[in-house]
Write a protein that binds this ligand. Structure first.
Ligand SMILES: C[S@@+](CC[C@H](N)C(=O)[O-])C[C@H]1O[C@@H](n2cnc3c(N)ncnc32)[C@H](O)[C@@H]1O
Length: 354
């Protein structure tokens, strides 16, 4: 049975808690030309230039390295949205950077943040574990230079074999936050993480589901926000970057060989409808993040894969924004956190010698 048809364990709404890291590839060092002359006419220069030669379309900029792989922009508007979303996820998680049982008593020595974005999480985890080497990877060189000495960023395509070298194996903790739309095959991502982890190391994936729900009413499929999510899912499948996997992660972790797999699901109000201050704030931040993100989420996917013009997309987004502001029905989106451990001892079948 394909993964996509397996329901996630423990994911009935009743069981939910209503609480609601450029790519200068530094490990593969660029060999210096022994006959180099002064002046900048080297492979180094062209590599750096190609990373920064952003693709421009729809009034936005998109990553240059492996251009076309990711459908979200990488301009200031998107970076601000990313940082706001990061703040939101921290509030959802009660200021925790992770839920996996890593701690300062037995601190991780190597940490990998795949698709690190602006690198905020990598910086903060680097501050928390100053003895750990932290690497954040991304397609775009959008990370801050102001990082702790133990944190570095690398341009790397997570869909391909990750870099090799000492720092890229025997990792104690691998983290992916809000990376849907980046991957062609989540199973391949989990398999590679499993391979790169040290025995006993942890993988944690934190991700929003791409639909809304309610405990008060049935939100009809023709609700503009639900329809937009459905269109986004369809375009993402056509783009070979499916975005609907969050509810399937737990099962996928187990299938990939992880043990002690935990899933925690948070309900995130889509605007300020809740009564309580904290949840109201979470809803307002989510709504703001979505408003900022709607054009960037939609332009490339809907134009390239659904054939819509930017004018048609803008018209559609008017209704989506209205639906986003609708408080009746108390809509929420689920946020999934799944973590699991690579066994200390390999499964028995791996130990059988031919
Ligand atoms: C929504 S952002 C999230 C960034 C960060 N994890 C956070 O939560 O703030 C997704 C990031 O994935 C990166 N990305 C997309 N496809 C990628 C790929 N194939 N390999 C590495 N990074 C990728 C994008 O450049 C973007 O920075």
């Amino acid at each position: 049975m394909p993964f996509d048809s397996i329901p996630s364990e423990g994911s009935s709404p009743a069981s939910f808690e209503f609480t609601f890291e450029f790519y200068l590839d530094r490990s593969r060092r660029i060999e210096a030309d022994p006959n180099m002359s002064s002046g900048e006419n080297s492979d180094t220069q062209s590599l750096t230039e190609s990373i920064y030669a952003y693709h421009e379309q729809y009034g936005r900029t998109y990553h240059a390295y492996h251009s076309g792989s990711y459908n979200m922009p990488n301009d200031m508007t998107e970076l601000e949205r990313m940082d706001n979303q990061y703040e939101l996820t921290k509030i959802i998680l009660d200021d925790r950077l992770f839920l996996a049982p890593i701690n300062v008593i037995r601190p991780p020595r190597k940490i990998l943040d795949i698709a690190t974005g602006t690198g905020r999480w990598a910086i903060e985890i680097g501050d928390k574990f100053p003895e750990a080497k932290v690497i954040g990877t991304d397609l775009s060189p959008i990370q801050s230079d102001l990082v702790p000495p133990n944190v570095r960023s690398e341009i790397d395509d997570g869909n391909e074999e990750w870099q090799t070298g000492e720092d890229w194996f025997n990792i104690d903790y691998i983290h992916l936050l809000a990376t849907i739309g980046a991957w062609s095959d989540w199973r391949q991502i989990l398999a590679q993480a499993y391979e790169r982890l040290a025995p006993g190391g942890w993988l944690e994936v934190q991700e929003f589901e791409t639909d809304i729900d309610s405990d008060h009413v049935t939100i009809p499929p023709d609700n503009a926000l639900r329809r937009w999510f459905a269109d986004l899912q369809q375009a993402s499948i056509l783009a070979d970057r499916p975005i609907h996997h969050a509810p399937l992660f737990k099962r996928m972790f187990i299938e990939a060989g992880f043990v002690e797999v935990h899933e925690k699901v948070y309900k995130v109000p889509v605007n300020g409808w809740p009564r309580g201050h904290r949840l109201k704030r979470i809803g307002e931040l989510w709504s703001q993040s979505m408003r900022e993100g709607l054009p960037g989420f939609s332009y490339a996917l809907f134009n390239r894969w659904l054939g819509m013009t930017t004018e048609q997309i803008e018209v559609l987004l008017v209704d989506v924004r209205k639906a986003l502001a609708e408080k009746r029905g108390c809509p929420y989106e689920r946020f999934y956190v799944v973590y699991g451990r690579k066994p200390e001892t390999p499964p028995v079948e791996d130990m059988i010698l031919d």
